[in-house]
Structures are given as structure tokens and as C-alpha cells.
Write a protein that binds this ligand. Sequence first.
Ligand SMILES: NC(=O)c1ccc[n+]([C@@H]2O[C@H](COP(=O)([O-])OP(=O)(O)OC[C@H]3O[C@@H](n4cnc5c(N)ncnc54)[C@H](OP(=O)(O)O)[C@@H]3O)[C@@H](O)[C@H]2O)c1
Length: 234
Amino acid sequence: MIQFFISGTSSGIGKALAEKALAEGHKVTGISRRHVIDHENYHHLSYDLANMDSYLKMNFNRNRQAELLVLVNNAGWLGEVKPVAQVSPDSFKRAYEINLLAPSVLSKMFVEQTQTTGQKRMVINISSGAGAYPVPSWSSYCASKAGIDLFTRVLQADHPDVQCCAIAPGIVDTEMQGEIRRVEGKYFPDKQRFVDYKNQGDLSRPSDVAQKIYHFIEHPEEIPDVVFSLRDVS
Ligand SMILES: NC(=O)c1ccc[n+]([C@@H]2O[C@H](COP(=O)([O-])OP(=O)(O)OC[C@H]3O[C@@H](n4cnc5c(N)ncnc54)[C@H](OP(=O)(O)O)[C@@H]3O)[C@@H](O)[C@H]2O)c1
């Protein structure tokens, strides 16, 4: 049995991954503000990841029967989609708190609290292709995803006994993509590209992405690099 800790289980990729893990008979602790999964092996923590005081009390030592403990830092927020000069200071703060600070601190807590259990451990940070190239009006999102990629490389170097990776999931049909298509075009020159992805059926299904992530959890020897994109693997 695997004990999963997954952030962002109320929608999209995180919800699909939690449902996949539960269907396979594993235990899941989920974190998000909304609580939508009801299952005997699911435990929910209604934390706002922009508030560090909430998740600092988390306990990762829940299940000593599990042969593998997996932390998936998946929750994410796009931030205000505007050119830098128009973005509010609070949006920068909140985006970095959710996308970079929370995964960093949760990774630290997970590795620290589980280091004497003797169980195999894995940290998966859900990143984005936007961490590797500039998307106009996505400054805090691009910067936080670039940050989580490098954080994950350092995490792996610091803790070689923990399998660590940052995975860019590709373009996935979730609430976040809906939000991207609803942004005012005057602030977002690339908007039509994302509308076209949807209209052309180019978006991946969250369940297919969850299946691919789950495959790498079961077969860590196939993980191609600490930072990689699902688009580059079959
Ligand atoms: N969809 C894509 O095309 C795509 C592409 C590249 C990368 N990604 C990444 O994939 C991950 C999942 O995104 P998604 O597309 O599945 O988005 P989504 O459907 O919008 O889900 C986002 C999840 O994050 C949680 N979340 C957001 N803010 C939170 C907060 N302050 N505290 C706690 N939880 C919070 C949400 O829960 P609550 O609202 O209930 O709190 C929700 O469960 C993100 O890291 C995203 O950057 C997505």
C-alpha cells in the first residue's frame, strides 16, 4: 500500500490522481480549500496554502504500514494575468506562496518527519512548461514554476535517498485552462492560442495525466530526469 499526500485534490490533475490512487487501493491525504472526495481511504485537510500557519501543523507520519510514502505538490494558481506593471503586489505574494513557498516547506516537512521511518519516499512537484520559457502576462506563474524546477533539483541533491522529480503535465483540460481562456484578451496576447487548443481537442484529460504520473510512481526507474515533461515521454 502507498500513502499519498496530494495538494489540490478538489479539481483537475490532483483530483484525478487522488481518485486513481484510491481506485488502486491506496490511502490518500488531500489538501485543498474545497473538500470534494468522499472515500473511506481518503482524509481531507482544508488548508489554504497561501497561509503557512495552516499547513505547518501537518503530520506526515500517519501510516507505518505503507511501503511507500509519496508527496505530490500539485496545487497551483495562475496569479493575475497582466503585464508586470499592472500586477498587484498581493497577487505576486499569493502566487509565490501557493506555487513555490508551500511546496518547498511541505517538501522539507515531509522529508524531515519521515526520515527515520525506513519507508521508501518520493516527492513529485507538479511544474509547467511555463517554467522554461516566458509567457507574456504570466510573470509570477513562470517564475514560480522555474523556481520549483530548481528547488526540486536541489532537493534531490540534498536527499538522494528520496526520489524527487518536477513534472510538467502538458496542457490539461482543467479549471485552470478555463480560467486562462476567460482572461481579458487585452492583457493576454497568447489567449487565442489557448482557445484554439481547446477547440482543436489538443488538451489532455486529467485522468490520462494522472495515469502517467501514477506509472512513474510505480516505475521510478523509468523517470527520465529530475525535471521532465510528460510531453517528452510516451
Ligand atoms: N491544466 C494545465 O494545462 C496545466 C499545465 C501545466 C501545469 N499545470 C499545473 O498542474 C497543477 C494542477 O493544476 P490543474 O490544472 O489541475 O488546476 P485546477 O483544476 O485549477 O486545480 C487547482 C487545485 O489547486 C488547489 N489550490 C489552488 N489554490 C489553493 C490554495 N490557496 N490552497 C489550497 N489549494 C489550492 C485547488 O483547490 P481549492 O480551490 O479547493 O483550494 C485545486 O484543487 C498546478 O500546479 C498547475 O500549475 C497545469
